[in-house]
Structure formats: C-alpha cells, structure tokens
Design a protein around this ligand. Sequence first.
Ligand code: CP
Ligand code: NVA
Length: 338
Amino acid sequence: MREDSLPMNTIPSLRGRSLLTLDDVSDAEMLDLLALADALKKRRHQPPARRRPLLAGKNIALVFEKSSTRTRCAAIVAAADEGAHAEYLSKNDIHFGRKESIADSARVLGRMFHGILFRGFAHATVTGLAKHAGVPVWNGLTDDAHPTQILADLQTMREQFGTLQGLKAVFIGDGRNNVSNSFIQGCAKVGVHVTVCCPPELAPSRTVLEAAAVDAQRNGSRIEVVTRPEDAVPGANVLYTDVWVSMGEESQFAERLRLLRPYQVNLRLAQLTGNLDQGRLIFLHCLPAFHNRDTEVTRDLGALECTDDVFEAPFSKVFDQAENRMHTIKAMMVASLS
Ligand code: CP
Ligand code: NVA
C-alpha cells in the first residue's frame, strides 16, 4: 500500500482550540489551515484505503439553531471522510437553552463528544458553549460571525489567483452582517484589500473596522467603506455578496429591499471593475443566493442581491466556494482534534 499523501507534520496543531471568530487564530495559523485544506482536497482523490483516517474514533456534535445546507453537510462529510461520527442535534431535538442552560448542555456534550460545531443566533451562545464544554467549539455561523465560511472563501480566492496578498475584494450589500464581519477580518489577516460597499445604515461597526485596520496594517492591506457601487468596484478582483436579509431578520425584509436594491451585483457592475475581460475577476457568494425566480421568496420579486447572468457566468466561483466549505471545515476539525 502506498503512503498516505499527507505527512502528519503538515498538520498545524490547534489541538484543543476553538474557532469562534477568526481572531482565535494568528495570521500564520490561518494560512496553515488553508494549506491543510488544499492538501486535504487533493488527498480526497486518493483511494480511501490509502488514506489514514485523521479523525478515527472521534465524535462530533452539530448543534444547530438555524437552517443550513452547506455547513451541516460539509461537517457531516468531513467527519465521515476521516473516520469520525457527526451527530446532528437541532434545537428542537435537545433541551439546549429551553429546559437546560447553555452551560449545563455544554458540560454534558463535552463529556461525550470530542468537538462541537454550533450554528445559531446570539454570539454569546457559542462563547458560552466554548467556555463550558471543555472540548473545541467551532462557530458554524452566529448573528455576528461566520468564520468557517471565510476559510472557504480565502481558499477559493487563492485557487483562482495563486495568491491572496494584494488582491482587492469588494463586499457589497449588508455590510454589517455575519459574513461581512468575518470577511473583513479574514482578508485583513492575509493582506487582501477590502472595500465594503453598503448604504450608511448597514455599515460595519466601528469595532469590526478598528480591529481589522490593525490586522490590515500589519499585512500591508487597507480596509475602506464606500457608499456608491461605481466608486467601490474599479480594480476589484473579487465581488462578494450575500443575502440582504440574514436568518433571524426576516421582519426587516421590506426595509432591506429599499436600502439594498442599488447594490445588486449585475454584469454592468462586474464590467465596471475593469478586470472582467482580463480574467482577473471572480464572483463569490456564500449561498444560498437569490439570483432568479426559482425560490419561494423570489417567485414574484425576481433576482435580488445578484443577477442570474453573474451567478451563472464563468467568473462565478460559487460552487467551488461551496465545495471548499467541506475541505476547510475538515482542516479545522483535524487541526483541533489531532
Ligand atoms: N454558506 C452557508 O453557511 O450555507 P448554509 O446556510 O447552507 O450552511
Ligand atoms: N448572512 C447569511 C449567511 C447565510 C449563510 C445569514 O446569516 O442568513
């Protein structure tokens, strides 16, 4: 039998550590996680018999308060690929926060599972879990942050451009949501210039911007917030958008449509980057996306945050990005549990 293509000494050690925001890893550790995700992606083509399972015997709890396609499936497949068992526990299945405090549930789960992936509302819930569980806790999205998403985004950007340092990324839309917060943070840690393009009402918080400015300065990049899309996009290598109304904010739908209609990513905007015809532009979206009428929400409205011609264009890398959720979540689990 040929050797496993992944030598143990290439696995960064984040043993026992949680990932609640990208602040929980250093710049170097984040790059190491991305390198591990690349190696795991290549290694997945090796026949299973040639792969030493990296999470054999581990049990992982997936505690989810909100819906998920990618994060849930990425975690389940990542765990299974490496010989671990992942158990999905929706908030309706367990007592979490209703009949039992977060601290008590955390201590119980921590006695049985080796790691916990959490998706939910208040960020305080994931920090409470991490404080009490005694095992690594990974944030699979809260109202404030979506760190595992950004690992996949950066992996995708590097696959497309061969480098991260010096790229210009424009996040356009709801500039203060979980994805935007973590994208600003992640880009600043690897030297990507970030322009957040949003209406003033939806600008990132001063706390997020100030923390990112420190990271960006260390890595030679800049963070800016711009109101007009035509001012934001020239020179962009990455146009990134997300839904205008995040999970839990459904009551604000009408107001968000009013504020964000001018921020739709369409072909005209992509052309304004000046990089589309040069092959120096990609489109990213964490998904799910409202790009046509094929959803219950958009049947009568049509495309919202991005048009179909952008979403389906060759420069759209959204499905590479979705696949990379699995490789990056696997990297995080392996680094924390090996
Ligand atoms: N991007 C993302 O987190 O997708 P899901 O909501 O489907 O997990
Ligand atoms: N901002 C979105 C991201 C979904 C992956 C939400 O929180 O609903």
